[in-house]
Design a protein around this ligand. Structure first.
Ligand code: PLP
Length: 451
């Protein structure tokens, strides 16, 4: 083993520096998922060692109020007693069986109960698996090949969906990925988000070839872009009119923006839906579900193959069920209030410093764009001043508030945020807004995350 010499980092994270150096030697880029690397904001990623309620503590012993919450997976905050108890009890009984368990039945029943459009559901281990499988199912059910998606919507790293995706690809300013061949995306059609005219035109010409249209129920991987009123319902209708399936990706929104996700909020019935994050309570779990006639095509009931060694894992179903058992109407109302207050406070602080910004939200899901213009699609999202975000992010971090390390990601509140944690966030906002004000200006407008 080589001894690493701790370097005093400008932001005071010598243990993180040392760990990141070691990580880079053995893990590509030092991380197991790109946005974690802090490339868009600069500096060294923090290495959490412990989480408790609204806080995480890093390897340097610094405590942060967490507004990322494992990218939305932690609705209840860190180490919620109900989740810890459920996972511990499950682990003591055996961590995996590769055979059906009662926990899977209970979690599937809970999802079906909460989401009107889900008649049957299959559990998988990641959101990527869920969207990949939903698309395979849509192609099998329709006998068609083409898949329509929107620019800036991220659906995991499925080859066919890595065209004009958001999230890490936007953060790193990558249009798509090397290693995805033309053949893999030849049946993928990418449209600008929010433009029904373009969708109608495409379906009028090619409707008979389209297996499905997939959209994030609320796009949140280019920052939060709420669907224009009636947009989602119109997409469902256009699909129906052309015999294509409408797939709502609720990996972020499912069980976060309300008890039954965004489709239930809008009263839309997608043919298929995908879930992840919150439903696993911080342990790997995801799902896809929808109409029973479609889900019945999956093996072993039908001819569409789909499988997973750890699908429906007992630790994951325990964490998911414990989380959902706390996810009551009251809890969602509280999350909405916390998020609304936070949005107002961020906006007020930035306005006081004259920093152009837009705070956009859907339920408790929100993000702050450093631009004066409304963000309606990928192009307008890219118009924001990422230098201002960088300065804002680091000023908040230095004051103990952990924000997403990218201007293109949503902020995630948890029910564990209490008055004392929120006061720390509020106190950090004025200096962070001032830092953003100083950083914006010459580079304002069009600065990309990779600059
Ligand atoms: N779909 C959406 C909307 C997502 O935000 C993500 C991940 O962030 C995924 C799918 C992929 O999920 P996972 O990272 O669990 O593969």
């Amino acid at each position: 083993m080589t001894a690493s010499v701790p370097v005093i980092h400008p932001f005071g994270a010598p243990a993180a520096e040392a760990l990141f150096d070691r990580a880079k030697a053995v893990i590509p880029g030092g991380v197991n998922s790109p946005v974690r690397a802090f490339q868009a904001v600069g500096g060294t990623p923090r290495f959490p060692v412990r989480g408790s309620g609204p806080h995480l503590t890093d390897a340097d012993g610094r405590e942060y109020v967490d507004l990322v919450n494992s990218w939305g997976a932690l609705l209840l905050g860190h180490a919620h007693p109900a989740v810890v108890e459920a996972v511990t009890a499950a682990a003591a009984k055996g961590t995996s069986f590769g055979a059906p368990t009662e926990g899977e039945v209970l979690l599937a029943e809970e999802i079906v109960r909460r989401v009107p459009a889900v008649e049957q559901v299959r559990l998988v281990s990641s959101g990527t698996e869920a969207t990949m499988s939903a698309i395979r199912l849509a192609r099998a059910a329709t006998g068609r090949a083409k898949v329509v998606k929107f620019a800036g919507c991220y659906h995991g790293h499925v080859d066919a969906l890595l065209a004009s995706a958001g999230s890490g690809l936007l953060t790193l300013a990558l249009p798509d990925s090397d290693g995805v061949s033309g053949a893999q995306v030849t049946d993928t059609i990418v449209l600008p988000y929010g433009d029904l005219g373009v969708v109608r035109e495409l379906f009028a010409r090619h409707g008979g070839e389209i297996a499905c249209l997939i959209t994030e129920a609320v796009p949140a991987n280019m920052g939060v872009v709420p669907p224009p009123p009636g947009f989602t319902a119109a997409l469902a209708e256009i699909c129906r009119d052309h015999g294509a399936l409408f797939v709502a990706d609720e990996v972020i929104t499912g069980f976060r923006v309300g008890p039954g996700g965004w489709s239930r909020v809008e009263g839309v019935r997608p043919d298929l839906l995908t879930f992840g994050k919150t439903m696993g309570g911080g342990v790997p779990a995801a799902a896809f579900g929808g109409r029973a006639d479609l889900m019945g095509l999956l093996a072993p009931a039908g001819p569409v193959y789909q499988a997973g060694t750890l699908s429906g894992n007992p630790l994951a179903t325990a964490a998911g069920l414990a989380t959902l058992s706390q996810a009551t109407g009251e809890l969602y109302a509280r999350l909405d209030r916390i998020a609304a207050d936070l949005r107002a406070a961020v906006s007020a602080a930035l306005s006081r410093e004259g920093v152009p910004h837009r705070v956009q939200h859907a339920g408790s899901l929100f993000s702050v764009f450093f631009t004066a213009d409304e963000v309606t699609d990928q192009t307008s999202a890219l118009g924001q001043d990422t230098a201002a975000y960088r300065a804002f992010f680091h000023a908040m971090l230095a004051r103990g508030v952990y924000l997403p390390p990218s201007a293109f990601e949503a902020w995630f509140v948890s029910a564990a945020l209490d008055d004392s944690a929120l006061s720390r966030v509020y106190e950090a906002l004025a200096p962070a807004a001032a830092a953003a004000g100083q950083a914006s200006g010459p580079t304002r407008g069009g600065t990309r995350a990779s600059d």
